[in-house]
Design a protein around this ligand. Structure first.
Ligand SMILES: *Cc1c(COP(=O)(O)O)cnc(C)c1O
Length: 240
């Protein structure tokens, strides 16, 4: 028997996929280049179960300790990928090193070094994205290129490229909250431009990802080149 969440999540999932397909078409992109990460932070296991039944394979979590219970619950399902999308405290780095498929929110050099140590212990490689505070909003995490020079940032990125267990695969951002999705476009566009600059500096890195767009503005994000959209409530409903 389907659990009580399946029909709602199936409808939501279908609507999201249709909107992404339309946005991809408008911007002449291939939908295969866009992965939806269903953000399951503060959501019960039963909703994740329902989402898996609807064909969702990628889940995003912000809090490592809460995530680890869910990850272990679904450990038998090898198709599921867990994405860490929240700010990481250094004492929780070992959880991310051993349990997650991708870390979207690498926002400082010290956490990169910490992760490298932990990854070596568990003998894993971790794809990571560099979180950029593209708007310069005080409350947001990520490298802020309004207060740090591009050269200084490049120097830090270069140090991260030397860590053998981390693989930089792109950039991530969280624009200021706005109820008008169009307000996010400039920030998504700037993140995409920043990736282009980074590719010129590091031609050897495969910087294929732009993680941007939430329930609020994922269609705009897709139009601006997002390869990973992080969608919570529009798929899984309200959080606890
Ligand atoms: C919670 C969260 C999301 C999802 O937000 P929704 O509004 O539920 O889509 C995406 N990205 C990050 C970093 C988040 O913390």
């Amino acid at each position: 028997m389907d659990n009580i969440y399946v029909s709602e999540i199936r409808d939501n999932w279908q609507a999201v996929q249709e909107k992404i397909a339309a946005a991809a078409k408008r911007s002449k992109r291939n939908i295969r280049d866009i992965t939806v990460v269903a953000v399951s932070k503060l959501q019960p296991v039963a909703k994740i179960e329902a989402a898996i039944q609807c064909g969702i394979t990628d889940f995003g979590e912000n809090y490592p300790e809460q995530a680890v219970e869910k990850i272990h619950h679904f450990a038998g399902n090898k198709q599921i990928r867990w994405h860490m999308i929240g700010h990481l405290q250094s004492r929780k780095a070992s959880i991310v090193a051993s349990e997650f498929s991708m870390f979207h929110s690498l926002d400082r050099l010290s956490i990169a070094a910490r992760l490298e140590n932990q990854l070596e212990t568990v003998n894993r490689i971790l794809p990571v994205l560099l979180e950029v505070n593209i708007s310069g909003e005080i409350s947001k995490a990520g490298w802020d290129l309004r207060t740090m020079s591009f050269e200084h940032w490049i120097d830090e990125v270069n140090q991260i490229t030397k860590l053998p267990s981390l693989r930089i695969q792109g950039l991530m951002t969280m624009p200021p909250f706005d109820t008008q999705p169009e307000q996010s476009r400039i920030y998504f566009h700037q993140l995409s431009e920043l990736r282009n600059r980074l590719i010129k500096v590091f031609p050897g890195l495969e910087l294929k990802h732009l993680s941007m767009g939430t329930s609020q503005d994922y269609e705009v994000a897709v139009e601006e080149g997002a390869t990973l959209v992080r969608i919570g409530t529009a798929i899984l409903g309200h959080r606890q």
